[in-house]
Design a protein around this ligand. Structure first.
Ligand code: UT7
Length: 369
């Protein structure tokens, strides 16, 4: 049977750091509240658009795999914060990395988009449709954030990461997964303002209202991730004792701890980086996986478990066998343009743009956008 081994990995975190202390300057919140309720200490705010973040991550993943962009056969771009809906994000990456005529599609299951992308790309490799794939998880959430809403503004950050999958006869890559969704309660995590429903209602793009019932999300997140872990391991006749490292979605440290308890994995075998980045939605597990490898937490041949949940409420868990190589084959010189503004300045610009009156001249309403 053909498998889809992970042969390259790369991440791109924008440099501007927004600390809890920074947030306390613009919101009625505190470092103590945010750390004790979520585990988050800081997050990144991007000074460039989504495609740029994803492109740098993609180039680093390709270099780690030793693969040229022209050899990529499929690009799957997981995100919910598209630069544009049409054309999709994946086609922009295809052009930037020189992968014509690779297949290129976006996938949006909110925070689980990277993991769903990993599963769909793996399926296309297993069935012989393509021989390799570049799977990206990237988000530029800060322009869509309601920076006056302390319930959500403290939780999220921007970032990107990517992996390269290649057909392999060895039992590597995603070995089993469980994908699911609790679709019956969409109102508990809904970002109003990001879709066609709002078109022609005078709502400026980027102006959002977050419907967010934290405790309801919390309960379903734990239930969904824990059941998906059991189901995916069960498909292989395994239990959590075989898992060397859990690399979970990082939305709240307390959610991660609750899932670890439910699946009976000690926290020493759980990778946590939420303190540095907060919740980067689709980029979260992708970045965590890259960092776990970079920090030597992933041994050659290790069995990994990747549980996630997101808006929808989608949930999933992937069981992954890492390959023998934990060192990148090469390094890319791709870098973001330098950032000259602080994270607070970037947020302030973003707020000012949303409030600024946009005179529609009738000739070119989107000039400069
Ligand atoms: O990937 C999907 C994204 N969604 C999530 O990850 C959300 C999952 N849920 C959570 O992470 C948690 O439910 C939260 C972190 C969102 C909230 O934690 P909580 O322990 O459930 O707090 P709470 O909602 O019960 O709020 C407790 C108090 C409230 O005040 P009162 O009513 O007790 O007076 C809130 O108004 O904390 C208040 N509060 C804050 N205080 C300071 C809410 N947000 C903040 C804040 N700073 N940022």
């Amino acid at each position: 049977m053909t498998h889809a081994a992970i042969t390259g990995w790369g991440k791109c975190l924008p440099p501007a750091v927004l600390s809890n202390g920074d947030l306390a300057k613009i919101l009625d919140t505190s470092d103590e509240w945010i750390v004790s309720r979520t585990g988050i200490r800081e997050r990144r705010i991007s000074h460039v658009g989504l495609e740029e973040l994803a492109y740098v991550a993609a180039m680093r993943a390709l270099a780690a795999a030793g693969m040229a962009g022209r050899d990529v056969e499929l690009i799957v771009f997981g995100t919910c914060s598209h630069d544009d809906q049409v054309p999709n994000m994946a086609s922009g990456i295809q052009a930037r990395i020189g992968a014509q005529p690779a297949a290129a599609y976006d996938i949006n299951t909110a925070c689980t988009s990277f993991l769903y992308g990993l599963s769909t790309a793996t399926a296309l490799i297993r069935t012989g449709v393509v021989r390799n794939a570049l799977v990206i998880g990237a988000e530029f959430i800060s322009p869509f954030m309601d920076w006056s809403d302390r319930d959500v503004a403290v939780l999220f950050g921007d970032g990107a990461a990517a992996v390269v999958l290649e057909a392999s006869e060895r039992q590597e890559g995603v070995l089993a997964e469980k994908l699911g969704c609790f679709g019956e309660a969409p109102e508990i995590l809904r970002v109003q303002g990001m879709g066609g429903r709002y078109a022609n209602h005078g709502i400026l793009y980027g102006v959002t209202r977050w419907q967010f019932e934290g405790q309801e999300i919390f309960k379903r997140a734990v239930a969904g991730m824990a059941s998906a872990c059991d189901a995916s391991l069960g498909r292989l006749g395994l239990d959590a004792s075989s898992v060397e490292l859990v690399v979970p979605h990082q939305a709240n440290l307390r959610i991660i701890e609750a899932v670890a308890r439910r699946v009976r994995v000690p926290m020493e075998r759980v990778y946590v980086n939420i303190q540095r980045y907060g919740n980067m939605s689709a980029a979260t597990v992708a970045v965590a996986l890259c960092e776990a490898v970079e920090e030597g937490r992933v041994r050659p041949g290790a069995l990994l478990l990747l549980p996630g949940f997101g808006g929808g409420l989608s949930y999933c868990a992937q069981v992954i066998r890492w390959g023998e190589r934990t060192e990148p084959r090469g390094r890319s010189s791709a870098e973001l343009a330098p950032c000259t503004r602080s994270a607070l300045e970037l947020i302030e610009e973003c707020r000012a743009r949303k409030c600024a009156p946009r005179p529609h001249t009738g000739t070119e309403p989107f000039a400069g956008l």
